[in-house]
Ligand binder design. Structure first.
Ligand code: G3I
Length: 375
């Protein structure tokens, strides 16, 4: 080897060693993602809002493409939005949502077919505003489910068929479906969904699922459906939680109890509020609203490090639990991409500044994301 060649090899080696840490971290930064870190364990999903579905919020969409492999529409498939008047469907946002999911290879969950909230009034009343008969309401439910599920047959992989039908004390929620049809509306909804798309997975979805009374009631409901041979594939535990509630032990008991029924368990709407919660708002009952008071909004100017650390620890404790039960859990979905758009900023008090998700207002990953990726 001549001297010139020897010298250039030496320089190349020196350059390689000198740039290695930088090159390495850059590589990690572009290839390491939540979905890669959790691959083979469970899907990691997020909810898309109107700005993302319409393509306006490209920065959040980049985060979704990089870190998530499952999506759900935060609002656009709810009955008030998708069928605002009887027989008049507004499919455009849902069509876009499904097309985007397909284009990016996402597991697509449809949310939600039968829910007391965000159901349009026409569903339950006749032209004079009087309540319709059970027969009419069942026909409307069937038309709604056939139209929506039928349109996305073979494209939407799963549906939250019935949402929030059980109260925290374990009794049935006395919503209009229940008042007019009775508890049978739940079985009917699952039957209609199965008929509309026999291949789609069908779920029951609810909040405060760590609550023992609710756990028992949901397990009893699912058992009843199963004994009648009605197809139900999974239970969604929404996961609107706080730094201190619920207890991880109770949450774990519910994961185990639901898995023992032989269905998939999913965490479907995870977010961790860091804000003080007025009494009785541990779940996600959007009819609870409280007047804004400064003391309920302590971090409007920024999040103190101690609270950011508490949030990271809480996220990691939950994910440790999910990883421990990865044989039972098929999907963990965050209820939104970044803190800025989270519904938590407006519930149960409008106009607060919360920090409940895994990405900050500038779509930067929080410490919990780095830790999960490094695991
Ligand atoms: O889009 C309209 C906008 O045009 C209008 O100017 C504005 C005025 O208030 O309202 C906007 O609609 C709001 C919509 O979110 C989109 O931001 C509705 O008022 C508001 O009620 C709606 O809230 C949603 C809520 O469900 C009720 O549907 C939240 O975004 C959504 O995060 C929340 O999600 C629910 C799950 O579906 C079920 N589990 C609980 C969870 C949290 O409540």
């Amino acid at each position: 080897m001549d001297q010139r060649k020897h010298r250039s090899i030496l320089i190349a080696l020196i350059l390689l060693v000198a740039c290695k840490p930088a090159c390495f971290s850059q590589e990690r930064g572009t290839s390491a993602s939540l979905k890669e870190a959790l691959e083979g364990k469970f899907y990691i999903g997020t909810a898309l809002n109107q700005f993302q579905i319409s393509g306006r919020d490209t920065a959040s969409l980049a985060v979704v493409k990089k870190h998530f492999n499952a999506i759900v529409a935060e609002n656009c498939m709810k009955s008030r939005i998708i069928q605002p008047r009887e027989g008049e469907f507004n499919f455009l946002p849902a069509d876009r949502f499904v097309a985007w999911g397909e284009e990016h290879g996402m597991f697509i969950n449809g949310h939600t077919l039968i829910w007391h909230s965000q159901a349009p009034n026409w569903f339950f009343t006749d032209r004079s505003g009087n309540p319709v008969s059970a027969e009419v309401l069942i026909r409307r439910m069937k038309n709604h489910i056939f139209s929506v599920v039928g349109r996305y047959k073979g494209r939407v992989h799963s549906w939250d068929v019935v949402n929030e039908a059980i109260l925290d004390d374990g009794s049935y929620r006395k919503n209009k479906f229940y008042e007019i049809i009775g508890e049978e509306y739940i079985a009917l909804a699952f039957e209609f969904a199965r008929q509309a798309d026999p291949e789609a997975e069908l779920y029951y979805n609810d909040y405060s699922m760590a609550n023992p009374a609710k756990r028992a009631a949901v397990a009893a409901l699912v058992t009843k459906l199963q004994r009648r041979g009605i197809k139900i594939d999974g239970i969604g535990m929404q996961g609107h939680v706080g730094l201190k509630y619920p207890s991880l032990d109770e949450f774990e008991k519910s994961i185990i109890a639901f898995a023992e029924l032989g269905v998939k368990v999913m965490i479907t709407e995870l977010d961790i509020t860091v804000l003080p919660q007025p009494r009785g708002t541990g779940g996600a009952d959007i009819s609870s609203n409280f007047k804004y008071r400064q003391e309920l909004d302590p971090y409007a100017a920024g999040l103190p490090d101690s609270i950011a650390r508490a949030s990271t620890e809480r996220y990691l404790s939950f994910f440790n639990l999910f990883l421990k039960h990865q044989d039972k859990i098929s999907r963990v979905t965050l209820w939104g991409v970044n803190d800025g758009y989270s519904w938590r900023n407006n519930w149960p008090v409008r106009g607060r500044t919360d920090y409940p998700l895994l990405f900050d207002r500038n779509n930067r990953p929080k410490a919990a994301v780095d830790s999960l990726i490094a695991k």
